[in-house]
Design a binder for this molecule. Structure first.
Ligand code: ARG
Length: 473
């Protein structure tokens, strides 16, 4: 190999490290190495990081004010070019960092080469990526809050709309639709708190860790950290360039949030189906069938239901990349971005679609009430009555209620329609008063324990949720 003459058509050595390279990379080397197609999404963060670094270098007298100004002006122009879609991204410059540096050299000449003093792409990319994830977290935070607001608004309107509550997807006890929706508000509250934890731990600045060991230049890492809105510089330079916990935490939180959205989506799929007809979605959130003219399909809900596959895939992907990586930076870590970008896009879309469906859906109160009253759903209310009024032990009340349900079933009647005489055959002390607890309205109204489904509770819980999650009075 060493004796082989070099191909004349071979590309020139890379300007960023070409000193000890006689030639350029093989075409396949470039293809596996290049990341500009996806890491161009870091451009705004990369420029912000460079501006903070440059200003600090000037303040520390590592860079002249004149060069600092030229660099800052050049970077501002580059940002404008990228935003306007006029920036010449080039694969031979590998990634966003080198593309920007190469363009800076075209724009301002050799002073561009001074920007990389006391910095490496290792701390640069770690900083950019943290900033990007932080921005994504802030966008998602607003979206999750928006979805909570949509759910709370609908819950308020349906604080006393009765629906069947399910366990095992079998009719269990009547609940209110508002109560059901507020359950998702709680899930999203925990999601927001998880993303908030991620943001707090993320907010340390790797910049100035340089390649892995720090730098001999008298830099001020506290200043760059503060300028970029970080709480503090990362304490250990090796950890700073090799840590991707923030990305893993982001993906884990995204997967959990996506899982919540998929549970809601599954309910929408069930509720819109013909045998249920609990809710109706408008044309805005359904599609038709190309062969069956009558169809109205809840495609958005089905896709939200499916998205956790991608989110969990992204988490698995990055965990697998990171496991077993020795300190400090390894190029493996370039593979961190695609799953995170995809997960952020996926979750943003899923949240937006879910918020859209929540606003769009209209419950069919009559259909929900009919099912809520079926399946002997007030049997627990009957058992509770036997305990409260006749003083039976709960286990005995449970057994007796079971026998009454069986009798009603045999006669093809609902519990509320079972004649008193039939009830008295099994328990002579029963009175007419029992019928007061057997309707679904009475049932939900009685469930007024803290966190329970009673309409009065739901109205109060919605107001409380606004205070807790929307910072409204
Ligand atoms: N594109 C690289 C990445 O995303 C930037 C860091 C490259 N560092 C290096 N030592 N080659 O990880």
């Amino acid at each position: 190999m060493s004796g082989k003459p070099r191909d004349a058509a071979k590309p020139a050595a890379n300007a960023a490290w070409g000193g000890r390279f006689a030639g350029g990379p093989a075409e396949i080397m470039q293809r596996i190495n290049v990341s500009i197609d996806f890491d161009k999404r870091l451009f705004a963060q990369d420029i912000a990081g460079s501006l903070a670094h440059c200003a600090m270098l000037v303040r520390q007298n590592i860079l002249s004010a004149e060069d600092g100004d030229a660099i800052a002006r050049g970077l501002a122009q580059i940002r404008a070019e990228i935003e306007a879609g006029r920036f010449p991204f080039r694969a031979e410059h590998e990634d966003i960092h080198l593309n920007i540096e190469a363009r800076l050299a075209e724009l301002i000449g050799p002073a561009a080469g001074r920007l990389h003093t006391a910095r490496s792409r290792n701390d640069q990319v770690a900083t950019d990526f943290r900033l990007w994830v932080r921005d994504a977290l802030d966008r998602l935070e607003r979206q999750m809050q928006g979805l909570q607001a949509a759910l709370i608004a609908k819950a308020e309107r349906h604080a006393d709309t009765i629906m069947p509550g399910f366990t095992h997807l079998q009719v269990a006890q009547p609940v209110t639709f508002g109560h059901h929706l507020l359950a998702y508000v709680e899930m999203l509250g925990r999601d927001r708190s998880r993303f908030g934890d991620c943001r707090r731990r993320l907010n340390e600045c790797p910049l100035g860790a340089a390649a892995l060991a720090g730098t001999s230049f008298p830099i001020d890492r506290h200043a760059t950290a503060a300028a970029l809105g970080f709480d503090r510089p990362a304490a250990n330079s090796l950890d700073a360039v090799s840590d991707r916990d923030f990305a893993l935490e982001f993906l884990a939180a995204a997967a959990i949030c996506g899982t919540h959205l998929s549970r809601f989506a599954e309910e929408v799929v069930i509720w819109t189906s013909e045998p249920y007809r609990f809710i109706r979605l408008s044309d805005a959130f359904t599609t038709g069938s190309s062969i069956m003219p009558q169809k109205r399909n809840p495609d958005a809900a089905e896709l939200v239901r499916a998205k956790p596959g991608r989110l969990l895939g992204a988490l698995t992907q990055l965990l697998t990349v990171m496991k077993g990586l020795p300190l400090a930076y390894s190029k493996d870590m370039q593979e961190d971005k695609l799953p995170v970008f995809d997960a952020a896009d996926t979750l943003e879309l899923a949240l937006a679609a879910t918020a859209g469906m929540v606003g769009d859906l209209e419950p069919d109160a009559a259909a929900m009430r009919r099912v809520a009253a079926s399946g002997f759903s007030t049997a627990t209310d009957l058992a509770d009555w036997l305990v409260r009024v006749l003083g039976l032990p709960f286990r005995e009340a449970h057994r007796l209620t079971g026998a009454l349900v069986k009798r009603a079933e045999t006669l093809g009647l609902a519990l509320a329609d079972l004649p008193l005489a039939e009830m008295q055959k099994l328990e002579p002390r029963m009175t007419d008063a029992v019928f007061a607890v057997l309707t679904v309205e009475k049932s939900v109204a009685s469930r007024s324990s803290f966190g329970g489904t009673a309409p009065a509770n739901v109205a109060a819980a919605a107001a409380e949720a606004k205070r807790r999650f929307l910072r409204e009075a």
